[in-house]
Design a protein around this ligand. Structure first.
Ligand code: FAD
Length: 513
């Protein structure tokens, strides 16, 4: 094989969560110069529990200023929904004994959120990533420019542009504007430094120029609500007299003791929040979900799970001004004291400007049209602009690691970037597969069981020195899913190896080896 001259790039990584940390490790190990820009005062992203909540409890104003936002959606009693063995990056075990007491205080397989933060902290320390981070630095604008500083037009950056332009995006540079925040999150300066150093030790604020930007800003901070045309009465706020909030702003159950609470959405957060409310003394919890069609459910049916006051309902269709709610099939229940919307989150990249904003525009929960491999726009902005961690219904950390390995290699030129036509063909194939499965656009980044083939493909694209993830990870994932289905209320304390049979028992042994 002909030897390849690796290029070293100045790369800005936006965010120091699980994605940004592993991206920084992989980029640096490929020889790039990395600066991580992080708005908070520490690493860990969403795992940095924050007791504050937002005044705009439904997140209705997407333009609300950064100082009115809280990044983390963690609730106080949250335990992971995946076993720690498979949550880990490929080569850094999430094992309490290995981490030691400095980073670990909760050895449960499905541990509390503090333990995950400890893991990420240990990872950042072990790989000496913290010196790369500029804390209290919020990225406010990212825009492609030519070396002469001209903005790259949308047409030139579009999908039909020159195939594989500049192999490693050499012509396009990236203007990154950030503001320094006081530790309370307020912007203190926004001077135009005009610098183009991209140095990982400089703390100059203002505008800088990089060769590439890796977006790792997370996608669990911007609440998503059902369309008000489908659930009438959510808006205007105040029409329904009870309290309304999104799970982004739920922290603990105490304030709903003795109350009747409607929880909407029965995926991880909805299930967790309804149980917490029940155990926290709520009078009644109505748990409603779009996928639950059985209108015979309700307060006169048997309670859901072992809790004697959680009742299942089909999807809510209207909140009324008398404090009641209607459900599919016509039932009406009330009075309801509070509604907690556990209805997911929106992708949001408020800092992208110009052509970068065009190629990564978000529509119906789909980034771009969609991005190639969920990571980059087809055309000349690749690989200079990339995104780590967009897929959902997956095991995030190890997948982020593989995505980062590929981005690092595409930027260095060690792995050649396919032409735009090739990327477009991949995107068309993805859309066709979705169509065949009857999946609407909003599922463009949902993977579920497809994550394993995707992960293997990323590893293969990186070249022979990157091994695919071991099979035990998939076995444990499947066993966990089975356990969750059979014991949604207490799967975290169930026995995975029992649920998944001998194969899962062997997988646990391999994970522990
Ligand atoms: P984040 O962790 O959100 O990190 C993004 C970082 O970017 C943050 O530090 C943020 O401050 C920073 N940032 C954002 N915008 C800017 C800006 N403009 N300038 C500078 N910095 C910026 N995953 C699991 O594996 N297991 C679980 O059990 C699990 N449970 C979850 C439970 C909940 C309630 C939620 C919300 C998520 C859960 N996840 C779980 C998924 C979790 O989001 C991922 O594991 C992972 O932590 C996401 O990492 P990230 O780096 O992509 O994003």
């Amino acid at each position: 094989m002909a030897s390849v001259v690796k290029r070293s790039r100045r790369v800005a990584v936006i965010g120091a969560g699980a994605a940004g940390l592993v991206a920084a490790r992989e980029l640096r190990s490929e020889g790039h110069m990395v600066t991580i820009l992080e708005q908070s005062g520490g690493v860990g992203g969403v795992w940095r529990f924050d007791a504050r909540t937002e005044a705009d409890a439904l997140g209705l104003d997407e333009q609300r200023p950064p100082e009115a936002r809280v990044h983390s959606s963690m609730y106080k009693l949250l335990r992971t929904n995946l076993p720690r063995e498979i949550m880990s990056y490929s080569d850094f075990p999430f094992d309490a004994a290995v981490l030691g007491p400095r980073y670990s205080s909760d050895s449960r397989r499905f541990c509390g959120h503090q333990e995950v933060l400890g893991y990420l902290d240990a990872f950042a320390d072990y790989y000496q990533l913290k010196p790369l981070v500029r804390y209290h630095t919020r990225v406010v604008a990212v825009e492609p420019s030519t070396p002469g500083n001209g903005a790259v037009g949308a047409a030139a950056a579009g999908a039909g542009a020159t195939p594989g332009a500049g192999a490693a995006g050499a012509e396009v540079q990236w203007s990154v504007t950030s503001e320094r925040l006081a530790s309370n999150g307020q912007a203190s300066t926004s001077a135009d430094g005009g610098g183009s150093k991209g140095s990982n030790s400089s703390h100059t604020q203002g505008r800088e120029v990089y060769d590439a930007v890796v977006v790792c800003n997370g996608h669990y901070a911007e609440p998503r609500l059902p369309d008000p045309s489908q659930v009438r009465g959510i808006l205007p706020p105040g029409l329904f007299p009870g309290q309304q909030l999104h799970s982004h702003n739920y922290r603990e159950p105490a304030q709903w003791a003795g109350k009747t609470v409607l929880v909407v959405g029965a995926s991880n957060s909805g299930e967790d929040v309804s149980r917490e409310l029940s155990e926290g003394g709520a009078a009644r919890v109505l748990l409603a979900a779009r996928s639950w069609k059985n209108e015979a459910w309700g307060a006169d049916a048997a309670p859901y799970g072992p809790h004697n006051n959680i009742y299942r309902y089909p999807m809510v269709t209207e909140l009324h001004s008398d404090g009641s709610a209607s459900f599919e099939g016509g039932r009406r229940e009330g009075p309801i004291d509070a509604v907690i919307w556990c209805t997911g989150y929106k992708y949001s990249f408020p800092f992208l400007r110009g052509a970068a904003a065009d190629v990564a525009a978000v529509s119906d929960n789909c980034v771009g049209s969609p991005l190639w491999l969920h990571m980059m726009p087809p055309g000349p902005l690749a690989p200079g602009l990339s995104f780590i961690g967009l897929p959902w219904k997956i095991v995030p950390f190890p997948q982020m690691e593989l995505q980062s390995k590929l981005v690092a290699r595409l930027l260095s030129g060690r792995v050649p970037l396919p032409g735009a036509d090739h990327m477009q063909a991949d995107i068309r194939a993805h859309l066709q597969a979705m169509k065949e499965q009857g999946l609407p656009t909003r599922y463009a980044h949902m993977q579920g069981m497809d994550q394993f083939a995707y992960n293997d493909m990323l590893a293969a694209m990186c070249g022979p020195e990157v091994a695919p993830l071991p099979a035990w990870r998939e076995v444990l994932y499947r066993a966990t899913s089975a356990l969750k289905r059979s014991r949604p209320e207490d799967y975290r304390d169930g026995d995975i190896s029992e649920a998944g049979g001998p194969e899962a028992a062997r997988a646990v042994e391999e994970a522990e080896a």
